[in-house]
Ligand binder design. Structure first.
Ligand SMILES: O=P(O)(O)OC[C@H]1O[C@H](OP(=O)(O)OP(=O)(O)O)[C@H](O)[C@@H]1O
Ligand code: HPA
Ligand SMILES: [Mg+2]
Length: 170
């Protein structure tokens, strides 16, 4: 995906907003439980998983470590660096029933599709969703267009903003 140029194609998220959205996700999921374990998709899923586990009182947290963007935005070959532990997969019939899978967002759905193959009966939750990946998630909070890039707070820092009107600053 090329760099978006118009402001509406850029979706920056502050820590505050991310916390609020992750907590809203926990509220929305709470009726679908109880869940025995969370499987979070690293690395992006680590942050919402911390918030959701605190809100829903889930203390068994497992990871599946997947890397797909080896070069910032360019999606490359999807690599599973660490699988889900067998005892978590084996819960409730071996297909992930009672397991909550958490990620920060679903974009093309490639990552979610791979995890769904491993845990077909798990409940899949992301904070944000883009249209292509949306059918793969059970619960999400905010949808953005496919050509929007979401900037997460852990990828950003404070920076000077030039005024909207052109011309010399000051
Ligand atoms: O729906 P998809 O097109 O598969 O994209 C979504 C995935 O891409 C990002 O992870 P990434 O692989 O970049 O790694 P990271 O979580 O370590 O940043 C994001 O955190 C999702 O896991
Ligand atoms: O919009 C995005 N933002 C950050 N990481 C991502 N990984 C896939 N899509 C995105
Ligand atoms: Mg990720």
């Amino acid at each position: 995906m090329s760099e978006p140029t118009s402001p509406e194609k850029i979706f920056p998220v502050s820590w505050d907003q991310f916390h609020r959205d992750a907590r809203a996700l926990a509220w929305r999921i709470s009726a679908d439980g109880p869940f025995e374990a969370i499987v979070c998709i690293t690395r992006g899923g680590l942050v919402p998983a911390a918030v959701v586990s605190r809100e829903l009182g889930i203390r068994l947290i497992e990871t599946i470590c997947i890397a797909s963007r080896h070069n910032y935005r360019d999606q490359g070959e999807l690599m599973i660096l660490k699988q889900v532990a067998k005892d978590v997969v084996d819960k409730a019939g071996g297909k992930g029933a009672g397991v909550l899978v958490v990620d920060d967002l679903v974009d093309t759905g490639k990552t979610a599709g791979v995890v769904r193959e491993i845990l077909p009966d798990a409940h899949f939750a992301t904070v944000y969703a883009k249209p292509k990946g949306r059918p793969l998630v059970d619960t999400f909070i905010t949808e953005v267009s496919q050509d929007t890039w979401i900037y997460f707070p852990w990828d950003m820092g404070l920076a000077f903003q030039p005024p909207i009107a052109k011309g010399p600053v000051g």
